[in-house]
Design a protein around this ligand. Structure first.
Ligand SMILES: [Zn+2]
Length: 161
């Protein structure tokens, strides 16, 4: 196992890679449902030792809306300050900024969803690495939609796998 400096990790994240999010299938249109499904599958189908499922009742949620903000996505985690373990997270995805900047809306939004779940798995924004990363601001969101080797290795260093 590679030892990492603090750089790839936030001070908080999910205790395990097995997480759930409140079912969103009745909240959005088919396009958004498939975008969120695809962002979740990007992690579940990767080598990362994680499993994201949906549940009828969950503290955790994912929201897509037109927010009057500059971000594409935002994840807010409620966590224990001594352990760093997250007890609740809310992922917000901004249809307003994404539709303004995307050439491929579905990919761009999926890239955002995948990135935001990276935060739940402790990954920081914009890691200082030469390797490609779903967490980098400079990634092409129209093309890169899945966690990269760097991201997966960091998650697995946290959770084993
Ligand atoms: Zn971020």
């Amino acid at each position: 196992m590679v030892a990492y400096a603090a750089d790839p990790y936030l001070p908080y994240g999910s205790k395990t890679g097995t997480i759930n999010v409140k079912n969103y299938s009745d909240k959005y249109n088919d396009q958004w449902i498939s975008i969120i499904d695809n962002g979740i599958s990007a992690w579940n189908n990767s080598r990362a030792n994680v499993a994201i499922s949906t549940k009828l009742f969950s503290n955790n949620s994912i929201e897509a809306a037109r927010y009057d903000a500059t971000w594409y996505g935002l994840t807010t985690q409620t966590y224990n300050t001594s352990t760093g373990y997250t007890s609740k997270f809310v992922v917000q995805v901004n249809a307003k900024t994404i539709s303004a900047d995307a050439s491929d809306f579905a990919n761009f939004a999926k890239s955002t969803v995948t990135h935001e779940f990276g935060h739940v798995f402790w990954l920081v924004d914009n890691p200082s690495t030469a390797q490609s990363s779903i967490m980098k601001y400079s990634r092409n969101r129209n093309i890169m939609t899945t966690p990269q080797t760097f991201d997966i290795n960091n998650v697995n260093a946290k959770y084993g796998g």
